[in-house]
Design a binder for this molecule. Structure first.
Ligand SMILES: [Zn+2]
Length: 308
């Protein structure tokens, strides 16, 4: 039973893992828990270093989001009917997979999560937020990269292959939000836009919101051009620095820790309770699709959340 109550208590500061390999020019991962949320600073792949999420029956879920209140799952690529590069639980309609396979995968996801309907949007790397009021999925989806709802039993579904999935839940007012943040969406401020939409539309206080940042490409794997770091600096200001990583070698290009950039953006919007999955999609292609690691020839995995 969902009681819509207990916020997770802030944990006391604690270092989770700190390692340094002197044979490598790369730095190590440093994870710590401060002010009740996980902080990840790394120039090395995060995969399998810290699982803040819990894996059950082919999916992951966030420890801080009560499944009695927010049935939710990060689906892996396992358990679907798609084949080849799309194997197996691909939910991307426009990546070259067979449409009937993608539809069957949606049906499996809906049944596994036990929701009355699934709703999705056309993800366009912007910061528009769609207010979902019912389970009717229009044939031509709304263009948006955020969704909010107070409707029970409707699974908000978004698709990912390296971009950052974010689930947002206000347990005080029982409001759900979700965001899809690649670097363009991060620069556009999609995660704070969802927080603001939850506030404007339903009265959510950012301090009450619990955020879960899901599997995405990590800072060590995400090499970018200087236009990306410039845009993130302009969007986030000095707070962006922990997410902007130096080139691993002197002639290299900069790297960006997109999950960290979104944590920073959420903190800037007043969100205090943030769980970061710490799972890298680019080095976990057995479990997740990765646009970067699979050179664009791949599917999309689903992140789905609903209100009980
Ligand atoms: Zn990685």
């Amino acid at each position: 039973m969902c009681l819509h109550t207990a916020l997770t208590k802030p944990q006391k500061p604690q270092t989770y893992a700190e390692r340094h390999d002197p044979r490598s020019a790369k730095h190590t991962i440093l994870y710590s828990v401060t002010k009740g949320h996980l902080t990840a600073l790394s120039t090395r792949c995060q995969s399998a270093k810290l699982i803040a999420m819990e894996r059950t029956s082919g999916t992951y879920r966030f420890n801080t989001l009560d499944p009695q209140c927010v049935p939710h799952a990060v689906f892996t690529r396992q358990g679907g009917v798609s084949t080849g590069a799309y194997s197996a639980l691909n939910v991307g309609f426009h990546v070259g997979d067979r449409e009937e396979a993608v539809r069957e995968n949606h049906t499996r996801i809906q049944h596994q999560l036990g929701v009355a309907a699934l709703r999705w949007v056309k993800q366009v790397h912007g910061a528009q937020v769609a207010h979902i009021v019912d389970g009717h999925q229009p044939a031509e989806p709304i263009a948006a990269d955020g969704m909010i709802t107070t409707a029970a039993g409707i699974g908000l579904l978004m698709r990912f292959a390296d971009c950052v999935p974010i689930i947002l839940y206000d347990p005080v007012r029982h409001v759900l939000g979700m965001a899809h943040a690649g670097w363009r969406g991060t620069v556009a401020g999609v995660a704070p836009a969802v927080v603001q939409a939850m506030g404007h539309t339903f009265g959510s206080d950012p301090a009450d919101i619990i955020a879960g940042i899901g599997p995405a490409i990590c800072g060590a794997c995400y090499e970018v051009g200087p236009e990306v770091t410039t845009a993130l600096r302009e969007a986030l200001g000095p707070a962006a620095e922990p997410a902007l990583l130096p080139p691993p070698d002197p002639d290299g290009r900069p790297h960006v820790d997109l999950p960290a950039a979104n944590r920073i953006a959420l903190e800037g919007a007043g969100v205090q309770h943030i769980e970061v999955a710490g799972i890298c999609t680019a080095t976990s292609t057995g479990e997740f699709y990765s646009h970067r690691a699979e050179a664009g020839h791949t599917g999309r995995f689903a992140v789905v959340a609903a209100l009980a």
